[in-house]
Design a protein around this ligand. Sequence first.
Ligand SMILES: C[S@@+](CC[C@H](N)C(=O)[O-])C[C@H]1O[C@@H](n2cnc3c(N)ncnc32)[C@H](O)[C@@H]1O
Length: 399
Amino acid sequence: MSAPPARERFLEQLRLTVAEGTLGKLTLGKPRNEGAGPRNLHVRPVALKSGAHLSFVWRHADRDVTKNHPHAEALVELERLIGRDFLDAHLFAADVSAQLECRPDGTARLRTMRGTGPAAPVDAGHDRAKHHAVPADARWLRELGVTNAQGRPREGMADKLRQVQRFAELLTPLIDEAFPPEARPEGTPPLRLIDAGSGKGYLTFALAEVLGARARITGIELRPALVELCNRVARDCSLEDRLGFVAGGIKEVPASGCDGLIALHACDTATDDALALGVGAGARLLVVAPCCQKELRPQLTPAPVLAPALRHGIFAERHAEFATDALRVLLLEWAGYRSRAFEFVSGEHTAKNLMIAAVKAREPGDPDRAQAVRELAAFYGVKHHALAGRLELDLAPKP
Ligand SMILES: C[S@@+](CC[C@H](N)C(=O)[O-])C[C@H]1O[C@@H](n2cnc3c(N)ncnc32)[C@H](O)[C@@H]1O
């Protein structure tokens, strides 16, 4: 597999240093449009009462403007800016510095310095693997058949490993945002997390690895054989204090007292079942990466202007995915969650790379937000959406 392009490698380095807490500072320069806007952006980590943030200082010709963002939000914003609004980016971390120079024609060059050594390109392969928060040589990865004895991904498992590493790395700042460390002094019981549709447990184990004693994670999985396998590997790797697996359907398993709900590629409406389980349990944090959005496809009766385009299957499929996930985000907003949607891993690792992250922020039931859900549903002709049904929001237009 060829190495990802320079910009993507730079962004991965940035996410990694933020996840590991080793970022010193990041500067963006060379604005694409040299008008009256900011000339530079300086970013550095700050510890606020509400948790770890990145402080953005926007440098204009005549003033500085400062704004602090939680990590996940900051990374989404930086991804939007780097190589787009700003052509140069320079990252300084504990053991690495990286300089990205983008050209207006879309090409880019990346130079990386590790420690005090000479400049060298970042290796997209094994050299970086050892820096991941989920190390590729972890015993449980071997026991679950993801890696071989040398800590290298087995045939066909490299993309899965990368997805799980990215999901777990992104979860650390989201957990800090939802459960600020200063609000959880020593002696606070571990967070109770659920991994819904845990499959072979890759993500469940990765979270246990990354979160350590901060969390106790329960995987819920329909297939008893996988549950048995995962519980055995947890015991063999002495991780049974941190994680366990339960056989059953997401809808059936009791979740009261759950602090956070996570689901990676729970197929079709199983993602809705997972979100509804978390909302019903009062979980503060919900993080899902949906897949196989089939439910709405037969219902789509879009505005006449879209009809000729949607006769093409691929456009209909993408609209169905968009409508499904956009309605999920709006429904979570209505249910009282501050919600975001972003790509959590490069598209070369999986096309199913959308992540929805939601943190409980307010009381549920805002009528304007209910209206936004209904209007989007009506636009696409959607009458049933599994999450709306589970949360008991009637999609029928209201006068
Ligand atoms: C695509 S796999 C993803 C597994 C795992 N999260 C991962 O990313 O490696 C989806 C898993 O969800 C399980 N699943 C689907 N619907 C479920 C339900 N309603 N309740 C529990 N598990 C379910 C399936 O058996 C399958 O193992």
